[in-house]
Design a protein around this ligand. Structure first.
Ligand code: FES
Length: 383
């Protein structure tokens, strides 16, 4: 599995402490310190560096055995399932597969998020698909009905099941918990392990989900994850998209627990040079990318936020579960929705397309015997 190798309508709980305090808990730099570090890098033509070069065997991207081991890790540890904003009201649900296992998460009438294996206890059909809002889960096959708490509530023609122990036929629960505006699920390990051991408040209750899409690529999941873990490729791969607005190979990279945070500064950050450090605000000046082990990232872009969950489907096939959210209110005002849509489409339809092309191209190249290892240099600290 991938790991750091070297170093409004919502009822979900919002931040209970300030963002700076929450970040400090995990040893992450304050916005002011990040901005000063960016200026230092600009002035010195430097970037954050890893301690050493890393060589990853190409077999890690190809091997069926390695892939099976990775799935086992995914199924054992807590993983990000969806943003809390996707479960904005009682009955709101998200059904998707996590590490190949269909799971449905739903907000109950008591406001609590619960998750279940998405399999009817009659003959196994999934009880929910996609996203939506329901009063109960009614299986499409024979209409067995389950409450939002997973309890079996109704069996049509139940005289046909004279021995049925109803209490033994509830939906099977999966552990779920909200943290920092995200819903995590875990099938085995305690929720306190893995990524959840270190999750600052990332999304706030005033952020709304405005789009969800799934995309598929013929590439190993790690190639997609790694494409957002360094800025060494900005000028070469994103010459006409991100590079005109940002810097090449200039990042602040921090790790916390199994997770990491990358900062991609915009060129317009120069406008903050003459602002007192305590008054420097990162909105529109920096993109924060929080990687949550093993396969999720929250990107805080200038006018929208993204939660991307990279789902491995096979050693050479990956699915993107791509949630897009409005940004938090600034100075009490919501960001203009047209601006949010424009920003979101620009990122998804240009830079991310280029990242997808790179991942697929690398995957195709794995068929050659050109490389036994890939070399991650000191610029690629987080990858
Ligand atoms: Fe669900 Fe029959 S499989 S009701």
């Amino acid at each position: 599995a991938s790991r750091c190798r070297r170093s409004g309508r919502t009822r979900f709980a919002g931040p209970s402490v300030s963002r700076a305090e929450a970040l400090a808990v995990y040893g992450l730099m304050s916005d002011a310190d990040v901005i000063q570090r960016v200026f230092d890098h600009i002035d010195n033509k430097t970037t954050d560096l890893a301690d050493r070069v890393w060589r990853e065997p190409v077999a890690s991207y190809l091997s069926d055995e390695h892939f099976a081991d990775e799935l086992e890790v995914f199924r054992r540890l807590p993983t990000v399932f969806c943003p809390s904003a996707a479960l904005s009201e009682p009955g709101s649900y998200v059904a998707r597969s996590a590490a190949g296992v269909p799971i449905v998460a739903v907000r109950g009438g008591d406001g609590k998020v619960r998750a279940f294996y998405n399999a009817c206890r009659h003959r196994g059909m999934m009880v929910a698909e996609g996203m939506g809002k329901v009063g109960a889960f009614i299986c499409r096959y024979h209409a067995w009905a389950y409450g939002l708490d997973g309890r079996l509530k109704h069996v049509p023609g139940d005289q046909g099941f004279p021995e049925l122990d109803r209490d033994a036929h509830d939906l099977i629960p999966v552990q779920a918990e909200e943290r920092g505006g995200l819903v995590f699920v875990t099938q085995k390990a305690p929720l306190s392990e893995g990524a959840m051991a270190a999750v600052p408040d990332l999304l706030s209750p005033d952020q709304e989900l405005f789009d969800f899409v799934q995309m598929h690529d013929p590439a190993n999941w790690k190639l997609v994850v790694e494409s957002a873990m360094e800025g060494y490729h900005i000028k070469a791969l994103h010459s006409k998209t991100f590079y005109p607005y940002g810097f090449d190979n200039l990042n602040v990279v921090e790790t916390y627990g199994p997770n990491s945070r990358l900062v991609f500064p915009f060129r317009r950050i120069e406008k903050l040079r003459d602002t007192a450090p305590e008054d420097r605000h990162p909105d529109g000046m920096l993109t924060y990318v929080y990687h949550l082990f093993p396969n999720a990232r929250v990107s805080m872009l200038s006018s929208h936020h993204q939660l991307i969950i990279i789902e491995p489907e096979a050693p050479d096939r990956v699915r993107w579960d791509f949630f897009r959210l409005t940004p938090p209110a600034r100075d009490g005002k919501l960001v203009d929705k047209a601006m949010t849509a424009k920003d979101a489409d620009f990122v998804k339809d240009t830079g991310i397309v280029e990242d997808r092309e790179a991942a697929c191209s690398i995957q195709a190249g794995l068929a050659t015997a050109a490389n036994t290892h890939f070399t991650f240099g000191r610029y690629e600290k987080s990858a």
